[in-house]
Design a protein around this ligand. Sequence first.
Ligand SMILES: NC(=O)c1ccc[n+]([C@@H]2O[C@H](COP(=O)([O-])OP(=O)(O)OC[C@H]3O[C@@H](n4cnc5c(N)ncnc54)[C@H](OP(=O)(O)O)[C@@H]3O)[C@@H](O)[C@H]2O)c1
Length: 250
Amino acid sequence: MSLPKSYTLITGASSGIGRQTALQLSASRRLVLHGRDAARLEQTRQACANPEQHRLWPFDLKKVDQIEASLTELLKSGDVPVEACVCCAGAVQVLPLRQVELPVARDLMNVNFHSAVEISRLLTARRLNEKHLRRLVFVSSTASLFGARGFQMYCASKAALDGFMRAIAVELAPQVRVNSVLPGAVQTPMTDHLLGDPALRERMAAVYPLGLGQPSDVAGVIEFLLSDNANWITGQQIVVDGGRSINHSG
Ligand SMILES: NC(=O)c1ccc[n+]([C@@H]2O[C@H](COP(=O)([O-])OP(=O)(O)OC[C@H]3O[C@@H](n4cnc5c(N)ncnc54)[C@H](OP(=O)(O)O)[C@@H]3O)[C@@H](O)[C@H]2O)c1
């Protein structure tokens, strides 16, 4: 099967949900795979279908003021029209508010929010990507909607992402569709510290009517939002949490 000429950029493709999304999309799309660690990104590329068709973008998103130079270099280094983007890279920190110091808070906002703003801005800039961009998906979290002890900066970063998503969905229509996916607890390296504890895992699983999530549960929804089957959907927060947020029993 010949792949379309345009690319789908996936940030956070070296691990968890982003990696699974890359594996699922790789049979039908050319991908730009982003992450921090080039070796882990290369492992994702080799696990993908059509590995020779995909490009790598190793970059630390904490350095948000250097995204423009780095992404410009990538897009101008060859013919890399970007038709779709999944902003999946993210980090979490769990700290009581009294210990949240500004540099740590800034790093988290840079990775979870400001990087998505900067990437969206650059991919819609005509000088860089002409008018190629059509679909944007942000991987937010149910933490955008609810509170949890110690998660104040994570919740704030995801709520900011969703507010930004709604505003640009209006601003960029009808050319670009923009949506967020809001996962509940998914088994990935990010949640190893929680779900690796059998007692805690059991307690968490008990409040998920459909059980805890796997990366493929989220990747399938991202794939749908990127597809023509979602052509009349924009500006939406799609909750993918196995029913956790509607479960008020017990
Ligand atoms: N797992 C869950 O339960 C859950 C629930 C709700 C939402 N989410 C969201 O889903 C997304 C993916 O999370 P995941 O669970 O798949 O986590 P993960 O396995 O830890 O993957 C996180 C990805 O983000 C990248 N990343 C982290 N910090 C970065 C930085 N400073 N610069 C560049 N890349 C960076 C990582 O790259 P490296 O490999 O180079 O570190 C990795 O590719 C995140 O936005 C997360 O907030 C996850």
